[in-house]
Design a protein around this ligand. Structure first.
Ligand code: AKB
Length: 313
């Protein structure tokens, strides 16, 4: 059977890069990008594009039937900072879109699903350093509650109905191609833009808030790898811990100052500080390494080089 892939939320930070990566791998016409609104011209012109609300089951079913879709990547979600402001909207978007896709799997209308989870599934009682795959969770944010519930539903649909759903707990993602929106880790992208445009940045997290982060190329590779792995290798059907690096706003500043010595940082923590404080500082991803061979390639220094080089040009 030839591959026909649908990406929901294709215009977002991860969705955009995932669309290009999947089109490169499987051909433009095999990858249907969709979002609730239009995206960049280059994305929309690189293959088929549909305006689609991931919470609308009938519309989703229609697109799946029309393009004979067999794989869905559900990237539409409301992230942690915005979700604190709109709890019910976040819950409705994050959960209903997931149920729609899981139900398409249950009805055998699609055969494989990717759904992103997050380090936000962990909470203040979770061990902060080297957070294990299985541990106390108890998320204290709206977004984290939706992601943890989502993980339970993925696991349930897999074991109860045989749905082939695969998932990763993404850390904060850093990319020069697309901007994040509404997350707590967004500072780690904004800081590079401001370092180049203004030579200064005011961080909304305190200088010693250490969070797990990853360069987007690693995140995309992890996503493609878990989806291409043989099914017997995927032993975790809730979501896999995934790690690359951890740093504080002070450490990323020092890394940027190696290239831009005059770069200045100020700290004005806002409501996002409490969200960051509830999350782990570093993640143990040995289960993903063992089960399907995951290994990160980008550390902070390599990420800074890539970010500054590409944003400058
Ligand atoms: C956020 O900050 O909300 C996201 C995440 C860690 O899931 N980047």
């Amino acid at each position: 059977m030839s591959k026909s892939i649908l990406i929901l939320g294709a215009c977002g930070q991860i969705g955009t890069e995932l669309t290009f990566a999947l089109r490169e791998k499987f051909g433009g016409e095999s990858v249907i990008a969709s979002d609730i609104r239009e995206g960049s011209e280059v994305l929309m012109e690189s293959g088929p594009f549909e305006i689609l609300d991931a919470t609308d089951y009938d519309a989703l079913e229609e697109v799946v039937a029309y393009y004979e879709i067999n794989e869905v990547y559900l990237m539409a979600a409301m992230l942690s900072a915005t979700a604190e402001k709109f709890p019910l909207r976040a819950w409705n978007l994050n959960m209903n879109s997931l149920f729609n896709v899981l139900n398409l799997g249950k009805e055998k209308k699609i055969s494989k699903i990717f759904w992103p989870s997050s380090i936000a599934v962990f909470g203040p009682k979770t061990p902060k350093e080297n957070t294990p795959q299985n541990t106390i969770m108890e998320p204290s944010t709206v977004y984290g509650i939706s992601k943890q519930s989502g993980e339970r539903w993925c696991d349930y649909y897999h074991h109860k109905f045989g749905v082939d759903v695969r998932s990763l707990r993404y850390p904060g993602l850093i990319s020069w191609k697309t901007q994040p929106g509404g997350g707590t880790t967004d500072y780690a992208v904004e800081i590079y833009h401001k370092a180049l445009s203004e030579g200064a940045y005011t961080s909304f997290l305190d200088k010693d808030s250490k969070l797990p982060m990853m360069f987007m190329d690693d995140a995309i590779r992890a996503t493609l790898d878990i989806m291409e792995s043989d099914t017997e290798n995927i032993k975790v059907r809730s979501s896999y811990n995934l790690a690359a690096m951890s740093f504080t706003p002070e450490e990323i500043t020092e890394s940027i100052q190696k290239h831009i010595p005059e770069f200045k940082i100020a700290y004005e923590p806002d409501f996002r500080q409490a969200i960051a404080d509830s999350w782990p500082s570093s993640i143990d991803d040995s289960k993903a390494q063992k089960d399907w061979g995951w290994q990160a390639e980008f550390d902070l220094e390599k990420t800074t080089e890539e970010m500054l080089k590409n944003l400058e040009s």
